[in-house]
Structure formats: structure tokens, C-alpha cells
Unconditional design. Structure first.
Length: 332
């Protein structure tokens, strides 16, 4: 079922002239990434992840979804099939872990320019309103606030809150409002691409909890000595190993940071699968990246020609500060 859902999403996107990228095929059971598809059209880039049950979320994947969105400044589109009780409704946004979930039908509507207008809440959904239009329509129908509030079964104060957009009506009240005002445009569409995604400090786990290998621990120590912050991905839900952050707000604003990095600790050859994943991300998101490798590793000529800096650990050990680190990346 999940595979068919993803095939449908892929077809919808391609018919709308979006570029889609997937690592491997549509065998979702084997996909441990925090995304199933990466999508691009012009300057819009987003990821898609299908979640069978939105009340049964993997905390590591959710954390990495937020982190990836923060790093790449892209929005995750999360497609839910059901919650613990029933299938999800269309035209509705469900919130879990501060992330929005929608149905496949709602996603298809969004691609066709029709955004959802219901926010699911315990006890029933609430509807986003265009308060200014609602007021105009009420006046066009020659209704006072008192008269309309009585027809809706709410107080005059509540109706004022609707028009000022300080309160949202339930679905049942919104349906009555539509019957009276006769205009669906009073429902304000929710642009899911503008949904704020925040990675809290609590989401940034202590590095000790990540169970780093000896090689990775050595890299972490070097990064800390340089003065950079890092976030490791140890569960395999993102196809690179860590992201690096500057302690300088200026450097972050200049766009060099955050950057992401692959790692290959094999002694004989570079991990080409990881390298290809990193290259795909670099090309798609136009972000700075690097690939950290062992000192004696053999680097194939075709990989040397790529634009991704490959940094051996002995060179990284000689870096004293952030400026030297940036210089090393440019030189590599």
C-alpha cells in the first residue's frame, strides 16, 4: 500500500513538472531515511515522507526530519494514512510533534493550488477564516453581528473574534456560516510550505548518546577543538553522517554554514554509495559539503574530479580555528 501511495505521489509531481529524486526504488519497507522523495521545482525544494500511522512515530526520524529541514531550509511534506482510530480526513492538517500531516488527496490538491483549511483538534477540527471577507459578506447580506451570531448559535463577542481572526470556528459552525454567506472563499487556505519547523535544543542529543565509533569520536574531538558545533545522524535516516554549525552568527548568515559531511573510515577504499548520496544532496540543495576519510584511503580518479571536497583526517588535525577550516574546504 505504501509503495503504491508513493508511486501515485511521484506521478502527480511529474505531471506538474516537478523533479523527483529517490534513493533506490520504491521499496519503502527498506527505506530508513527521514524522507521517501526529494522534490524540486524552480526555487522550491521539499522532502516527502509517508507515515502509515501518525500516532506511532519514530522519535529519531522525527528529530532528523526537523534537522534536515533546518539545515537545508526546506519544508518536509508528511503524508499520513491514519491515526490510531481511523483514516485521516482530506482538507485537514493534523499536528504531531509540531509537524503537519496531510492525506494523499490533500497533497494532490495542494499541488493543484488548493490548500487545506481545517486544523484537526481533539473533539473536532477548527476552520481558518478570512475575517475581512467574512465581515464584507455579512454586510453584503445586510446582517448585523448580533443577527449572524444568533443564526450561528454563538455569542456576538465570538463572532467579533472570528472577524478579527482571533478565534477559529468549529467545522459545524463553519458549515452554518457557509450556508448563510454562500462563499467558500471565507475559508482561509493554509500554506503548508510556510509551516514553521523548529529544532529545539532538546532535540539536539548529547554526543555521548550517539554511540560513535572510535574514528567518529576522533573527528568529533577535532571539530570541537576547531570551535564548530555538530549534529550526528547515527540511525541512518539521513544519507550523510553529520552536519556542522558555526559559533559565529555572521558565518551562518553568509551561507557557508551549516554544511553536511559524509564519512568513510574504511582503510582501502571510499564508500561510494555514501559519496553518491552526498553528491546528490550537494547538487540539489546547492549547499557546501565535504567528505572526511582515513589517511591511507585510495581515492578513485573519477571521485577526485567531483566538486565535493575530500578531506583526509591528518589535514583536519592541523586546523586550529574556523577560518582555517573554511580555507581547507575551499582548497580541497
Amino acid at each position: 500500500m505504501i509503495e503504491k501511495a508513493l508511486e501515485r505521489i511521484d506521478l502527480v509531481l511529474k505531471n506538474a513538472n516537478y523533479e523527483t529524486l529517490v534513493l533506490g526504488n520504491f521499496t519503502i519497507k527498506k527505506n530508513k531515511f527521514c524522507f521517501d522523495l526529494l522534490v524540486k521545482k524552480d526555487d522550491l525544494i521539499f522532502s516527502i515522507k509517508i507515515i502509515p500511522n501518525i500516532d506511532n512515530l519514530n522519535s529519531d526520524i522525527i528529530r532528523d526530519i526537523k534537522s534536515l529541514s533546518t539545515i537545508l531550509k526546506s519544508k518536509p511534506i508528511l503524508i499520513g494514512i491514519r491515526n490510531r482510530y481511523q483514516k485521516l480526513d482530506d482538507h485537514t492538517i493534523y499536528i504531531r510533534e509540531d509537524l503537519p500531516f496531510i492525506t494523499i488527496n490533500t497533497f494532490e490538491n495542494i499541488i493543484n493550488g488548493k490548500y487545506p483549511y481545517i486544523l484537526a483538534r481533539r473533539g473536532g477540527g477548527v476552520v481558518f477564516l478570512n475575517g475581512e471577507l467574512m465581515k464584507k459578506l455579512r454586510e453584503d447580506h445586510l446582517l448585523t453581528r448580533k443577527e449572524l451570531s444568533e443564526k450561528l448559535g454563538v455569542t456576538k463577542r465570538t463572532l467579533c473574534a472570528y472577524e478579527n481572526e482571533n478565534m477559529r470556528p468549529s467545522e459545524s459552525v463553519a458549515e452554518k456560516m457557509l450556508d448563510i454567506l454562500k462563499n467558500k472563499e471565507i475559508f482561509k487556505r493554509i500554506n503548508i510550505f510556510g509551516w514553521p519547523i523548529k529544532l529545539s535544543n532538546d532535540d539536539k542529543l548529547l554526543i555521548e548518546e550517539r554511540e560513535l565509533t572510535e574514528f567518529e569520536s576522533h573527528i568529533q574531538d577535532i571539530i570541537a577543538d576547531i570551535g564548530l558545533s555538530s549534529y550526528w545522524y547515527k540511525k541512518g535516516s539521513i544519507p550523510f553522517k553529520l552536519s556542522l554549525y558555526s559559533t559565529s552568527e555572521k558565518k551562518e548568515l553568509e551561507g557557508f554554514f551549516p554544511l553536511f559531511s559524509g564519512i568513510s573510515e574504511q582503510q582501502t577504499k571510499i564508500n561510494e554509495v555514501n559519496f553518491k548520496c552526498l553528491r546528490m544532496f550537494t547538487n540539489l540543495f546547492q549547499k557546501t559539503s565535504l567528505f572526511i576519510v582515513n589517511n591511507d584511503i585510495r581515492i578513485p580518479e573519477e571521485i577526485k574530479k567531483e566538486k565535493i571536497p575530500i578531506v583526509k583526517i591528518n589535514k583536519l588535525e592541523k586546523v586550529d580555528d574556523e577560518e582555517e577550516f573554511i580555507e581547507l574546504i575551499h582548497e580541497s
